[in-house]
Design a protein around this ligand. Sequence first.
Ligand SMILES: [Zn+2]
Length: 103
Amino acid sequence: MNPEPPNPPDQTKGTISKSARKSVLQRDQYTCQGCRLFDPSGNNLTMDHMTPKARGGANAQWNLQVLCHICNGEKGDMTMREWIEGKKEHFDTETETGSQNQD
Ligand SMILES: [Zn+2]
């Protein structure tokens, strides 16, 4: 009798293995996918889940990308899409404040 079910492949549980981290770093060329910070040491770079684990994102390489600490903190539990849209909105509102010439 087997009391334990067989372990499913990497899904939402577990940690990212060193080898997975390395291959994601190499795939993204040691560059933050948010601000393009390049860090060949990898010390300032983190593994980010494009679809956050909190949203059911898989703990798999295709769902991982390289972000620096700052971008990762900014993105939080947003998906990449939400994060980029949020950045755009912020940028738009900042640039719209120049047209007050009405007479
Ligand atoms: Zn960054």
